[in-house]
Design a protein around this ligand. Structure first.
Ligand SMILES: C[S@@+](CC[C@H](N)C(=O)[O-])C[C@H]1O[C@@H](n2cnc3c(N)ncnc32)[C@H](O)[C@@H]1O
Length: 409
């Protein structure tokens, strides 16, 4: 029972698909965590990790697969150099994200590739993010054993070698940063953060289908299209999310991201859409958890043929959810920054029963406006129905605090 709860907790917090690791690996990880924390059994481990973030961190350290090396899948670094000197030559600094970065070899390899391609240290910024703090600390140190090159013959000039040790040289360190972060955290990225290139390699294979979609949705939000996205083995992005097209003449694991609707330059517009009675009824499974959330008395937008948002609302009122969804997307194609359209899209998606899409839309509203109480509550209801009760209660607590402080909604 406790073991099942530990597995459920990892699924909820990390998005981990337990089947990707197997029973034996999980049991070993639980055993090591128990031993390191001095706990007798899984029940004690569960109680501890639920209450103590440091203990949860210890468990995460035992669970994650930290394997990485310099220039892993070298042809993708060639894709990066081509992109930097070709399609993205006007983008300086070129912004590169390594998520997850593990112990940093991928992020440093990106920086070294760009330096080798002739970019100056100030011409690019590389950010590495990983959920495991110990790995991020190693990444920041920039010190490795020779075997981190995995048989690559020439040691790049940007790595100083002493015996079997390598240290990232000072010149390569400029513009490279690391931080701890969970890809499922809706506040993973700051509001101004954007990237031209993302390495998202060898994480998706360990995640549940839902966590994969959330990860790609989060990444899509911060990409500046057309962007270069590098995936790992068996991570076929077009089968997981729209907008990813295999790179012509590149590695089969490299993609160009240029969707029809861009969510890149989001910023909050003022309007808040009224949730109409008909839609509220259709969205009931989600809205029920937050009946106080719907601003029923807020004035409805006036329908207008030129205004897809008003049209979307009118269609939603009539229960025409497919058409309402289309109208929302039309509005977003015209004005990707429309918080009200994203919020209505979330309601419509939940009315259609697509909770993952609804959650993604509410997450985007919250990305624009972290104080949006209704979006927080709808998102909590989605999380609950998608089997993540802990996250749901955290979101509800946040919404309650927000209501209490009388902050903007
Ligand atoms: C196999 S490594 C991949 C490293 C590198 N991208 C590569 O391909 O060489 C997987 C990494 O994913 C990280 N990870 C697992 N779940 C995560 C999450 N929810 N958010 C961020 N990082 C996560 C782990 O800590 C681990 O370092």
């Amino acid at each position: 029972m406790s073991r099942a709860s530990l597995v459920a907790l990892l699924r909820e917090r990390l998005g981990l698909d337990p089947g990707s690791l197997g029973e034996r690996v999980l049991d070993q990880a639980f055993e090591e965590a128990r031993r390191n924390l001095g706990l007798a059994d899984d029940a004690a481990l569960l109680a501890r990790v639920l209450l103590d973030p440091l203990a949860f961190r210890e468990l995460v350290a035992r669970i994650v697969v930290p394997e990485t090396w310099f220039f892993r899948a070298a042809e993708q670094f060639a894709d990066l150099a081509r992109f930097a000197l070709g399609e993205a030559r006007a983008r300086r600094p070129l912004r590169v994200l390594s998520l997850p970065c593990a112990s940093g070899e991928e992020a440093w390899s990106a920086a070294i590739t760009l330096l080798d391609a002739g970019l100056a240290p100030g011409d690019f910024e590389v950010l590495g993010i990983d959920v495991a703090p110990a790995l991020v600390a190693r990444a920041e140190r920039g010190e490795y054993l020779l075997q981190a090159l995995r048989g690559r013959e020439a040691v790049p000039v940007w790595l100083e070698r002493e015996g079997d040790r390598l240290t990232v040289a000072g010149a390569a360190r400029r513009g490279v940063r690391f931080r701890v972060g969970n890809v499922l955290d809706p506040l993973l990225f700051g509001s101004g953060e954007r990237f031209d290139v993302v390495f998202c390699r060898n994480l998706l294979i360990y995640l549940t289908a839902e966590a994969r979609q959330r990860t790609l949705a989060a990444i899509a939000t911060v990409l500046e299209p057309p962007a270069l996205v590098l995936a790992g083995q068996a991570e076929v992005l077009p089968t997981m999310a729209p907008g990813f097209v295999p790179l012509a003449h590149g590695s089969p694991l490299s993609y160009r991201y240029a969707p029809a609707v861009e969510y890149a330059a989001l910023a909050p517009p003022p309007a808040v859409v009224a949730l109409t009675p008909r839609l509220r009824q259709r969205a009931a499974p989600v809205a029920a958890a937050s009946s106080a959330a719907a601003p029923a008395s807020a004035p409805a937008a006036t329908p207008s043929a030129d205004d897809p948002l008003a049209e979307a609302q009118r269609l939603a009122d009539r229960g025409e959810l497919e058409l309402a969804r289309k109208a929302c997307l039309e509005r977003l194609a015209r004005e990707a920054q429309d918080r009200a359209a994203l919020y209505l899209l979330g309601l419509v998606e939940s009315g259609r029963g697509d909770l993952v899409a609804a959650e993604t839309a509410f997450a985007r509203v919250l990305y624009l406006d972290p104080h949006h109480v209704e979006a927080l509550e709808h998102r909590a209801a989605c999380a609950e129905r998608l089997g993540r009760p802990l996250e749901a209660s955290q979101l509800r607590a946040r919404a309650a605090r927000q209501r209490k402080s009388g902050g903007p909604s």
